[in-house]
Design a protein around this ligand. Sequence first.
Ligand code: SF4
Length: 387
Amino acid sequence: MRAYLLGGRPLVFPFFSGALRYDCPSCEAPCCKGAALGIGSSRELVTIQEAQPRSPLFAVPTFQQSQRLALQTPAERCWFLDSKRRCRLERVIGRQAKPAGCRLFPFVRFRNAGETVVVLPDFLCPITIGAPTGVGPSSHDALALEIHHSQVGRSGHKELPVPRDLPWADAMPLERRVVEEAERHLFEESYLPYAELQHLLALAALGIDGKTGALAKVEETVRRFIGATDKPSREAVREVVALTGVLRLQASSLPRREVPAVLVALSVFVAVAEGMRGASRTPRTAVSIWEAQLPLLYALAHLQSRPVVKSGVTLREAVGELPTVRAPLLKVLDEVERNGRRGVAQPLEDILRAQREAFAAPLSADAVAMLHGLGRVLIRACTFVPL
Ligand code: SF4
């Protein structure tokens, strides 16, 4: 992976060069409806103001959670979106007249990961996954050049939470290695081999010996627990592999040694989503499940693990943050609390099974909602007894 800098800080693209594609001519242009126009230079502002003299009244101080002047356009459509869903500024004056944020879109989410600035795509855009050609508008070279032309600041970006088990100085080399290794797993039948590799790389970064095979058990357990036998298609596996670098950083607070198991749970859910009546899977399927269901995936990825409450933490605080807490979940949390005092801590699946029907497959919507709550408490207040 080539090295790029942004104002002297390492700049990292956690995805293959040239593989994340988008096709504006065939698109409904959601990026031009209700989005803010990220301003790169005063020249852009002059051009916009000449075309829309009142537009400065809609200025806002941030763009995509970075400190950058922007103009908030109407929810219906941008002032410059024409009837053919093309940008009038680009059509009449040329590409350089487009605001910097629009030229960079969908690669506009800049985040601080310690000393490094990472670039995350905005999945409002119907991104597809192509071959990692290293050329084209989403190649790292092209993006780095556009970022330079767009005068993206070296600071003022939102902080990504530090992984719970590794400081960024050690975690970022791991993240880069995980993306580098992904290419040879693009055409696998299953996500497991890549997940196993991620797990071993994380253990190595933590100075812990590890062996393969742990994640096959996770996959089998998740499937059994939710009552699903679906296997992801090769296309679905390819999409999760290609987006792994981005997804891992979107969940940066999670311990690096635990993320591969959670990604395995994701691959099971992508397979389920794919098999549903009327479903159409795209790369955004995996992203939306990851963003909406992460606490659930976290709980399911730890069914074989033995949860205990972290020292100095009470479950009460974590439970207090949950929207609603139903009786079966309270009983589960009581058992988790007792786990710390037991000679041998119980695996999470056994604790859940003891609640009989409440968590029996096929899982009810109530059960899944409770598992969401459990996942949030586990992330917030628990750790796991090593097997
Ligand atoms: S959402 Fe993506 S593909 Fe659609 S118009 Fe915007 S940049 Fe182009």
